[in-house]
Design a protein around this ligand. Sequence first.
Ligand SMILES: *[C@@H]1O[C@H](CO)[C@@H](O)[C@H](O)[C@H]1NC(C)=O
Ligand SMILES: *[C@@H]1O[C@H](CO)[C@@H](O)[C@H](O)[C@H]1NC(C)=O
Ligand SMILES: *[C@@H]1O[C@H](CO)[C@@H](O)[C@H](O)[C@H]1NC(C)=O
Ligand SMILES: *[C@@H]1O[C@H](CO)[C@@H](O)[C@H](O)[C@H]1NC(C)=O
Length: 336
Amino acid sequence: MKLIKHAVLLVALCSVVARAEPSVPFIGDLWSGIGEIGQDIIDGIRNATQEGADIAGDFLHHFQNATDEFVGDAKEYSQSVLEELHDGVVKGLASFARNVLLTLENLQQTISKVSNNIKRQVLQDALDVLVRINATATELETDVANIGIELQQRIESHRAEIETVLNQWSKSQLDTVDQETDGAGVKEAEQLINELVLRYGTYLNSCAEEVELRKVGFELQVSDVIEQYHNATTALAIQIDSCLRSTNSGRSARNCRNGVQGALANLIQAPKNLEDLKAAGAQLISSGLQGSVCVVQTLQELANEKLSVEIKIDIIIGQNKKAPEYDSTTLPIGSE
Ligand SMILES: *[C@@H]1O[C@H](CO)[C@@H](O)[C@H](O)[C@H]1NC(C)=O
Ligand SMILES: *[C@@H]1O[C@H](CO)[C@@H](O)[C@H](O)[C@H]1NC(C)=O
Ligand SMILES: *[C@@H]1O[C@H](CO)[C@@H](O)[C@H](O)[C@H]1NC(C)=O
Ligand SMILES: *[C@@H]1O[C@H](CO)[C@@H](O)[C@H](O)[C@H]1NC(C)=O
């Protein structure tokens, strides 16, 4: 499970370096060593997050070979790189939203002056799509900016729930030992229980890191989609501009329509895809730790271990039982 943190670091490194962000030049050397394995990891994460599958198995197995060599160096840069990735996505979204809004406002101001019907119709189509993209892009920007904080809050509250249940269980076990042994078995039982609680605390930390990994996957996904639509918006703006400048001859009107329609085709799925991303972000937050297979498995293992601790506690109780208080109405156990 400790691999997961390393995976997050390496993935963050890879993703930043793969995009050749000029603001992090120092990672270049690491990247040249990570090479293909790093690319596989990015692919794996993208695939996993897209398919909603768990990030595990082959992917982590693959990663195992990379860790030894690179993790030592990678660790140093981890936090700044994760932040860099997050900031990059937020900035990318903001710049996309601005691009959309400028194109949209420009068109809103000029469309009424277009007298040619063919032109006005296709420009109106473009305007409708841009309005829908504008609304969603702005919302997505806010969501992505806050996702880290909201996810953290979710994780904390899930952890608190798990801890509460575990504390209640611990207390009831210790109370029983205390009562049954008059305190004699408490120390031994405490050791058993403390070990369990500490160990599962560590496991849950690792699970929280898995959730962080999902966040990285989500941010990469947003980043990909935004880059594509940012370019498509720029291409559309160019078509709109040339359309607005063109004459009203039948030929220019048809050129305008074909040009705008062609550029618009690349944006037609954008409102839906952006909505889907918003939903994926909301899903990531709302499922938090509970959505993590790591947590589900960990809680299952915890339930099993609690049972085995309870058996050991019964033995402790048996070994430290209070001196029996003989009572004429009860017979020794096992007697007929
Ligand atoms: C990711 O998915 C693509 C297409 O399905 C596949 O070719 C590729 O091998 C996958 N990568 C990993 C690391 O699973
Ligand atoms: C990891 O390295 C070992 C030894 O070099 C090799 O046998 C194994 O196939 C590698 N695993 C992966 C997934 O690359
Ligand atoms: C763009 O979206 C924002 C946020 O939803 C909204 O306030 C604004 O009015 C929209 N602008 C246009 C021109 O539709
Ligand atoms: C978007 O445009 C930039 C700069 O023109 C280019 O480097 C990049 O590859 C393009 N991305 C996509 C997804 O088309």
